[in-house]
Design a protein around this ligand. Structure first.
Ligand SMILES: [Zn+2]
Length: 265
């Protein structure tokens, strides 16, 4: 029994703890769908005097056929709802949870997206679960967000979970007059697909946001009169250097560096 459902009429995520005022009870023409298995859900417990709190039931009170995904999506949706409430607490910000880019047969596995507006600015904010669906599913979501609000920034906050990055090494970066050690990662195909579509990817690590930039390795050219053939192999080549691409890593970056930035409350 899930705590959330896709309302296919409004394309919003229904979160039971928000209340169900104004929503029709029962099967309601099949408008409520399970996020995990796509079965039509029945909204129960909404009649005045009902002895149970409102809940969504699979037909005939059967259990979901994809119980693990159901539990995972419910947990991921709850995290998204809490983030929505945090955003709503800021004066002037509006935030709602939408179900975009889903089709009836092929669930994306993504929790709802938060559409956040402040004045003229709209940001689509994603906070997926432990792993990302494949790139084609992500592109479907990206297109749907664009159709919903052309010009919205599409921002993905990933978990710092082993599924969400592959560590490469580290990089010493001179920043603000000090040397800092940054981690470098190899982006996954999905992360590259998000950036290629104009989106932005960040990782949340406790109270840090890890902001990626592109790392491009290169060798400085040999100057006239220099002879590098006798340079000992075991010493690092002082011609080796790197340049950066930001604010988004360029497509041809060799790897991504992580700039750790404290979360502002
Ligand atoms: Zn289900």
């Amino acid at each position: 029994m899930g705590n959330s459902a896709w309302d296919t009429v409004t394309n919003r995520a229904v979160w039971l703890a928000d209340g169900v005022a104004g929503l029709p009870a029962g099967l309601a023409g099949g408008r409520y769908r399970c996020q995990a298995c796509r079965e039509r859900l029945v909204l129960k417990g909404v009649k005045p005097g009902a002895k149970v709190a409102p809940y969504f039931s699979h037909p005939n009170e059967k259990a979901c056929t994809r119980p693990q995904q159901e539990a995972q999506l419910d947990a991921d949706t709850e995290v998204v709802i809490r983030l929505r409430d945090t955003i709503r607490a800021f004066p002037g910000f509006h935030a709602d949870v939408h179900v975009l880019g889903e089709d009836l047969d092929n669930p994306s596995g993504l929790p709802p997206v938060i559409i956040c507006t402040h004045g003229e600015t709209t940001v689509a904010l994603e906070h997926p679960g432990p792993s990302l669906p494949d790139s084609e599913v992500l592109r479907r979501r990206i297109r749907a967000v664009r159709e919903y609000h052309d010009g919205a920034r599409h921002v993905w906050f990933l978990r710092k979970d082993p599924n969400q990055f592959r560590r490469r090494g580290s990089l010493t970066v001179r920043y603000d007059g000090r040397d800092e050690e940054h981690h470098t990662v190899a982006p996954t195909e999905q992360q590259e697909a998000i950036v290629a579509a104009g989106g932005q990817v960040y990782w949340l690590d406790g109270r840090l946001v890890l902001i990626p930039y592109g790392v491009h390795w290169f060798l400085h050219p040999v100057r006239p009169g220099q002879d590098w053939t006798k340079w000992p192999k075991w010493r690092s080549d002082p011609r080796a250097d790197w340049r950066i691409s930001k604010p988004s890593p360029a497509r041809d970056a060799n790897c991504w560096g992580w700039y750790p930035s404290p979360c502002r409350p």
